[in-house]
Design a binder for this molecule. Sequence first.
Ligand code: GLA
Length: 728
Amino acid sequence: MAIQYQEHKKIFELHTKSSTYLIGITPEGYVGHIYYGKRLHREVSAYLLRTAEAPFTPEVNKREKVAFMDSFPMEYPVGGTGDYRESCFNVRNEKGQMGSELLYRTHEIYKGKKKLEGLPASFGNGEEVETLEITLADEVLGLETVLCYSVFEKEDMIARSIRVNNKGSETLLLEKVYSACLDMDNDAFEMISLCGGWARERNIQRTPLHYGKQSICSLRGESSHQEHPFIALVTPETTQKQGEVYAMHFVYSGNFLAQAEVSQFDSVRMVMGIHGEQFTWKLSSGESFQAPEVICTYSGEGLGKMSRSFHDFYRNHMIRSVYNHKKRPVLINNWEATYFDFDDEKLLDIAKEAKSCGIEMLVMDDGWFGKRNFDDNSLGDWVVNEEKIKGGLKKLVDQVNGIGLEFGIWFEPEMVSPDSELYRAHPDWALQIDGREGSMCRNQYVLDLSRAEIVDCVYESVAKILRNANVRYVKWDMNRQLTDLGSVCLDRERHKELFHRYVLGVYELQERLVTEFPELLLENCSGGGGRFDPGMLYYSPQIWCSDDTDAVERLAIQEGTALIYPLSAMGAHISDCPNHITGRVTPFETRGHVALAGSFGYELDITKIPEAEREMISGQVEMYHAYNDLVREGDYYRIASYHENNKFDAWAVSSKDKTEVLVTYVQVLAEPNRRSRKLYLQGFDECALYHLEGTEQVYSGEMLMYGGFLMEPMKGDYVSRLYYFIKE
Ligand code: GLA
């Protein structure tokens, strides 16, 4: 049993394979956090709630309730009644007064896990997950807050979420409903987060905690390129292989806050949820509000263990697509090949050449619809441009299929160009503020997806295309962040619901899409990797990692992404050089090795690249087929980080039974007059012998891991090698 309740001690015990989470209830009914960490096997106790030391509990000392509230390790802290640290829950009554007090009322433990209404969330059957729901109640407001903990024992994960039920008679205004809180003693923690910008998403950042609040957030309407809804607190000695890690990852694709706060008493409060700054939710009597899910994990064995737990968890309990455990077709996308300048003939030329190299799918990117030859028009007019695609889409798809390739297509359904038939017919469908000209970004506005009729229309225009041609893949793009948060349909009290309602609209669109087209391979995208989050993974098994396809830039982007996401989720393509964003020239082989760590494909004009490179493609496709099962399903180990050492990068993927290990090494900068570089490999069975493919060499697993592996001397910058070890 993963979850137990000790009635006499009033303690909830949540156990995963290697962690334990303890929750206690005080005599007054405050629900507090006792412990999260290494798996405990024997008697547990509630003394870590510190209710026996000053300032004592309110029942013992009636004068000092505020002091108690401000130091007690709360499971779900509320604002307005004495806890001055970051609150997770702020609610106003009809008079506008803010404050609540949530005390234990009841609980339920059951096998399995419920769906979250309208939201992406992890899933599992009764064998895989067990759920605890603790209902807290505020007697004055007649409000219930349900704290949900779903324990995935095998993957060491706890999925947390909050449901608020207004059972009173007043209409309440929820001003903040975060999804998770973790109150712990500070252990000289450092905070890891992922940050960056367009074309340099999810770079790893690590900083020591200091007194006060340190947060990362998005108020851009999407999870964003700039910051990522993930934080981990780690002890100072933490590396890939050792140290303690407490991580939270938000299953949500909109505004968020992730924060750690060190208090006056050296406790740390870690919180995560929808950002409170642009949020309120009006909750009438009888209504409920569901806050999104946070995935929490503890690793006592460093960051590597954390990554592998997240990878397994997302592959087993978040990605629903039929492609989750399948090899994805090797695709060629025409964006960097042609940008807007293409027609059916050009695409067919690319398709023919691609077919001869073993590529399996052609993806037609932006520019096929309306009158779009540049990014300043036609978004919203999802009708094929027959001047470019002569004879229509179906004809082109049939021709591409005839060549022997599958067909994929690009959409940007959430947007509208001012110069479009859609905007001319419905100017009020764009998000906008009365009397102000909308702030333009990439020449486009954002559709008001809080409105059901707009969601319906957008869905139908996408689905109509898919119903009428044999389209096997969709790239769903979103190329600007939200501004001008106004909807003609919302009143003053509800306007701060708009950001969240927008995200719910996106989820509804994608849910409909994957329901009507369950066999479709969906790849989410947002100006590269601006909406790479677990919420999107629920709908699409892969997400475009970044518009930056430079093999060297990709090292840091993919390292940061793989810190949490399985390699199979990372959209990665080989593009042409000089790279379109950085101007850097890297060997074609290195570009292939780097893209192999993701979904793998091409993004170049195969009819124009140098002959020598074109000739390498069929070998790369073979390489993908040889190793993708391992890369997609295996255990990932970070061996070295270019981001940290500025010279070289290395990672390994090991099969679950450790019979095969694939090591990728990239020498970014060559150095003169050095001895062979030694890498301490990981992921081997220390009792086994391994043969290194392409050589006569046999190594023992323990020697490779503890003695190290010597890299052959390599000349040149940006050169790479693959090493495939197979157990003897
Ligand atoms: C975004 C995507 C690119 C491409 C363009 C098309 O930037 O990330 O891959 O699809 O849009 O406009």
